[in-house]
Write a protein that binds this ligand. Structure first.
Ligand SMILES: *[C@@H]1O[C@H](CO)[C@@H](O)[C@H](O)[C@H]1NC(C)=O
Ligand SMILES: *[C@@H]1O[C@H](CO)[C@@H](O)[C@H](O)[C@H]1NC(C)=O
Ligand SMILES: *[C@@H]1O[C@H](CO)[C@@H](O)[C@H](O)[C@H]1NC(C)=O
Ligand SMILES: *[C@@H]1O[C@H](CO)[C@@H](O)[C@H](O)[C@H]1NC(C)=O
Ligand SMILES: *[C@@H]1O[C@H](CO)[C@@H](O)[C@H](O)[C@H]1NC(C)=O
Ligand SMILES: *[C@@H]1O[C@H](CO)[C@@H](O)[C@H](O)[C@H]1NC(C)=O
Ligand SMILES: *[C@@H]1O[C@H](CO)[C@@H](O)[C@H](O)[C@H]1NC(C)=O
Ligand SMILES: *[C@@H]1O[C@H](CO)[C@@H](O)[C@H](O)[C@H]1NC(C)=O
Ligand SMILES: *[C@@H]1O[C@H](CO)[C@@H](O)[C@H](O)[C@H]1NC(C)=O
Length: 608
């Protein structure tokens, strides 16, 4: 059976499969050997009849509702005593035409002050919904499986543990829209797609309208049988002015409370991220006090919701803040300390029992020429910058790598012993977003000369990165952006993390693929997304091998993304497992074939 499917798959996808099979065979570098002999066929005539190949198979929904035998933290009635006193709970209503009438001002956080937060931000499109849309049952036709690929996707018999965390991920700013509604304050992302940025085409004020369509979106996950949904809470919906001591928005709290309850009602387990790149501008202007501001926000969220949330992610991909949020690498230290403060407050003060993690960007750097020591040094240096800065203290209780700290002009100082002790061990497992891999070699000037010159475009990691192998072949199928279908590197990615940082577990918190020029294809063609199916299946097969043959504890995998969304200014980078029609007035969603195949993978492989 396995041999047969191997032959079929080879015909289907040619070179791509080579890598996947190589990694699976017992000898990691030998191509698979086919040992069947050629039996002379007995050619013959008979009568012809058609064979019915399409059949109607429907998705299996989740059983609902979900209830946890023990809450993950005390209920709000008890936890509320942990909130600071004197907080104002209110909401705001954005009025773009209001003028500052000083006589009616009532304080630094009054309605006029709220309007003023938006003076430099406006949008071409208004959200077409302004209240929560009631969910309707997903029509059964939408739940029909695409034509079966089962013979091609047949897998070896390895299993995943029954508690494997699998599902889909999204983030608030990328899907919600409704930026100025229900008292939300601005985030630093809000300029993207604003009129001021001249990019009305990617209007984030509308996005996918998930802010009002969340009930339907959750119903759609449940109908397909997807058990975990990872989403983020917008800081500026909870604290519109961002900073500690400013008012808390009761409408924002009510929204996320209901989002979490809706998940549970439908049988979907929530995984909650506190910050997914959407910092309030006021906090960015006061990064030195990040811990204070972040704790203020996190306490509001956690005292209320922690009883119902089994997994928390404190920050998404902190590394992307370097350059975008702050020029200096010192922001990573600010984030590390803020993360640790919330972790310890949650575990020690609130008494929560959920697992807490922090989610890293990392497209693993591999040496372009593994036999060349400078290439190896480049790959390691890249990894030290992207992961070592936070991973060493968090997971090993070790200082930031010295090659980072000794880079001339790097504005990052060593952690003090007290800081190191505070940060050490404050993740329950590591989370990583490994979309693809990349090859590293030294900057043309060499690592030393490059690292001494902060004006060098490759400073400070000083790695030249490429997705083309030394022999000229691309590492894998290219996407619309930077992702590649290159499953041959998944085991190394996981092996690097596991053996370098020795975490208790690894969550693949985002992985995904955005096909080339997808936006220009018809809806039917977008939905029949075989490339994405191959990306997920090949990737997950390697995860199985990493678990069973390499002894790596991969605790879960969450696909990016729940729907096509605003990839920070582009709706053309379509990573979604569902389409969204942004022009039909209804924002209709359609499942893509990869979503069914993704669900099928887990149904075949979860030990029951
Ligand atoms: C927007 O476009 C106008 C006219 O082309 C230009 O003057 C302005 O600088 C642009 N603004 C931004 C933020 O790019
Ligand atoms: C921010 O930090 C400064 C200097 O350490 C301090 O004076 C100020 O009170 C802090 N603000 C908040 C909100 O904690
Ligand atoms: C952060 O990670 C992203 C994704 O891997 C990468 O493109 C970017 O260069 C990284 N930035 C820094 C400063 O490490
Ligand atoms: C190693 O890589 C460097 C930088 O690409 C190159 O200059 C050097 O010739 C290589 N050494 C060998 C032995 O291939
Ligand atoms: C980090 O935590 C581990 C486990 O608790 C402990 O053994 C180690 O001494 C700690 N290291 C530092 C630098 O605090
Ligand atoms: C690096 O730091 C030195 C000394 O602080 C300074 O003179 C130099 O201009 C800085 N910039 C660059 C690009 O290296
Ligand atoms: C530093 O890098 C910049 C940009 O590549 C270059 O113009 C400059 O000459 C370099 N400086 C030195 C001292 O190499
Ligand atoms: C997709 O279509 C748009 C116009 O609708 C065009 O500008 C763009 O170049 C096309 N992209 C590709 C990759 O074909
Ligand atoms: C979106 O909806 C509009 C209006 O119903 C329709 O004309 C268009 O074809 C749809 N687009 C896609 C990609 O389905």
């Amino acid at each position: 059976m396995f041999l047969k499917s191997t032959i079929l798959t080879t015909i289907l996808v040619g070179g791509q499969l080579g890598g996947a099979l190589v990694a699976q065979s017992s000898s990691p570098h030998a191509p698979p050997t086919l040992t069947t002999s050629f039996d002379t066929p007995a050619y013959r005539y008979s009568s012809f009849s058609y064979t019915q190949l399409s059949s109607n198979r429907y998705a299996t929904p989740l059983s609902s509702p979900i209830s946890f035998s023990t809450p993950y933290a005390p209920p709000f009635s008890e936890a509320s005593t942990l909130l600071p006193s004197g907080v104002t709970y209110t909401t705001y209503s954005f009025n773009p035409t209001a003028t500052a009438a000083s006589a009616s001002r009532t304080g630094e956080y009054d309605q006029q002050a709220y309007n003023n937060l938006w003076t430099s931000l406006s949008y071409t499109a208004s959200p077409p919904f302004t209240t929560t849309v009631s969910p309707t049952p997903v029509p059964s036709d939408d739940l029909l499986f695409p034509p079966a690929l089962t013979p091609y996707l047949a897998n070896p018999d390895k299993k995943l543990p029954p508690d494997f965390i699998w599902g889909v991920a999204g983030s608030a700013w990328q899907i919600e829209g409704s930026l100025q509604l229900e008292g939300r304050g601005p985030s630093i992302l809000d300029t993207i797609g604003s009129i001021q940025a001249n990019s009305s085409a990617s209007d984030a004020n509308v996005a996918t309208m998930n802010y009002y369509l969340y009930k339907q979106d959750i119903a759609r996950l449940a109908a397909l049988g997807v058990p975990y949904y990872s989403f983020s809470i917008a800081w500026s919906r909870i604290v519109p002015f961002g900073v500690a001591g400013s008012p808390v928005n009761s409408e924002g709290l009510a929204h996320y409370d209901d989002l979490i309850n809706t998940c549970l009602e439908y049988g979907v387990t929530p995984i909650v991220t506190l910050v997914h790149a959407d910092y309030p501008p006021s906090v960015v202007a006061d990064m030195g006090n990040l811990t204070t501001h972040y704790l203020y926000f996190a306490k509001q969220v956690m005292t209320r919701f922690a009883d119902r949330v089994p997994y928390w992610v404190t920050f998404n991909e902190p590394n992307i803040s370097v350059g975008s949020v702050a020029k200096s690498y010192s922001i990573l230290k600010d984030i590390l300390l803020a993360h640790a403060a919330v972790y310890r407050w949650y575990k020690e003060t609130l008494g929560g029992t959920a697992q807490i993690t922090l989610k890293f960007a990392n497209n693993l750097a591999l040496p372009l020429d593994p036999t060349n020591s400078t290439h190896l040094a480049s790959a390691v240096r890249y990894q030290n910058f992207i992961l070592g800065i936070m991973g060493n203290p968090l997971l090993l209780g070790e200082q930031i790598p010295s090659e980072v700290l000794t880079t001339p002009n790097i504005t990052l100082s060593a952690l003090t012993d007290a800081e190191l002790a505070a940060v050490n061990g404050t993740v329950d497992f590591i989370s990583i977003d490994p979309y693809t891999a990349q090859f590293a070699s030294p900057a043309p000037e060499g690592i030393e000369a490059c690292s001494a010159n902060a004006s060098n475009a490759l400073w400070p990691s000083c790695a030249t990165l490429t997705n083309v192998q030394a022999n000229g072949w691309l590492m894998g199928e290219a996407s619309n952006d930077y992702a590649y279908i290159a499953p041959q590197y998944v085991r190394q990615q996981l092996g690097y993390l596991w053996n370098t940082f020795r975490p208790k577990g690894i969550l693949v918190a985002e992985f995904g693929f955005n096909p080339f020029a997808d936006a220009n294809r018809s809806l039917n063609a977008q939905r029949y997304d075989l490339e994405r199916t191959l990306y997920y299946h090949f990737f997950l097969r390697e995860v199985l091998t990493a678990i069973h043959e390499d002894g790596i504890n991969v605790v879960g995998a969450l696909a990016w993304s729940v729907l096509d969304n605003d990839e920070f200014g582009s709706y053309a980078n379509m990573y979604g497992l569902q389409t969204v029609n942004r022009t039909d007035g209804r924002f209709e969603r359609h499942y893509k074939r990869s979503f069914f195949d993704y669900v099928d993978f887990f149904h075949h492989h979860i030990e029951s």
